[in-house]
Design a protein around this ligand. Sequence first.
Ligand code: PMP
Length: 334
Amino acid sequence: MVRYDSPSAANLLRRGALEEDLTVTLPNFAFFKGRIVPYSEAKVGVLTHTFNYGTGVFGGVRGYWNTEEEQLFLFRPYDHYQRFLESAKLLLMELPHSDADLVQFTLDLCRAEDFRTDCYIRPISYFADEIIGVRLHGLNAAVTMMAIPFGSYVENEEGSHVTFSSWRRIDDNMIPARGKISGAYVNSAFIKTDAQRAGFDEAIVLNQDGHIAEGSAENFFIVRKGVVCTPPITENILEGITRRTVIMLLRDDLGVEVVERPLDRTEVYLAEEAFFCGTGVQIAAITAVDHCPIGSGFLGPITKELRRVYFDTVRGRFAKYRDFCVPVYPGKSR
Ligand code: PMP
C-alpha cells in the first residue's frame, strides 16, 4: 500500500524555498529592436500596451547541450516559431519576421551568450505602443528575446503528486488557449499557485465542459488499458510541440496506440500511468492525484521508456530525428 503524506507546513516551507531557488541570474544579452544588445539596454516604458493589458504572445524553446559533440542543439525551433507566428496572428500582430528569421535571431543570441549548458529561450512579441486604449488593431508589434541557462522545471519529474484545480481553463471564446497569449497566463498562475500552496507539485485543469484540458503550462496524458489517451486540440489546450513529439515517439518508436479524445476526471484515478509534457517540464510522471496513487504509485513502464527516447531525441542522439535539433555552433566541435 503506497502512502502519500498530506500537504504539511514543512512541505509548504520547502516549496517556499524552492520558489526562491528558481530565481535566475539575469541574461547577458537580449534581442531587442532588431539586434543583440546588452540585457540592461533591453527596456520598455511603463506605458507599453502589452505591459498594461497582457496583449503579447510568447514562446519557450529549449537548447540542449550535447557533451560528446560539444554542441548546443535547439529543439524544434521552427515548430516553436511557427506557433509563435500563429499566436501573433490571433492577436492581429503584423510581424516582419519569418520563422527562419526568428530561428536565426535565436542562434545569434545563444552564440552571444556562449552557452555550454542546457538553456531556455524566451521570445516575446509585444505591442510597443505607449498608449492608453484596450484594443488589438492599429498597434505596432515588436519582437524581443532572451535566453538563460536552464535545468529542470519541476522537482519531481519521476513522481509528481498533483491535484485537480478549482480554476477552469480559459475557453477558446474568451482567450484562445491554442495561442500562447501573455494575459492568458494569469489563468495558469492561479492554477499553479493554488496547487503549490496546497502542497502539490502541479494541477490538472478542467475546461468549461468539465473535461480535462491540461496542466498550468503542460499538456496531459494518461495510459488506460494499455492505450495512451490525451485531450484533442479542441479541448482548450495549447497545441504543444512536446505533445506532438510525444505522440510521434509513442506511435512510431514505442509501438503504443495513442488516442486523442475527451478525458473525464475520474478516468485519471483509474489510469495505469499519467504524465505531463511540455518544453519546460519535459516529461514528468504523475504518480499520485489527490492522494490516490496512479497505477502502482511509481514511475510506470511507458512513461519511463518515453522519457528515455525523448531525452535521446532532444539531445540529438536519435539519428532518425536529428533534423529536429538545430546546432548553435558551426562545425562539429567548437
Ligand atoms: N500548455 C500550456 C498552457 C503551456 O504553457 C505549455 C508550455 N509551452 C504547454 C502546454 C506545452 O507546450 P510545448 O510543448 O509547446 O512547450
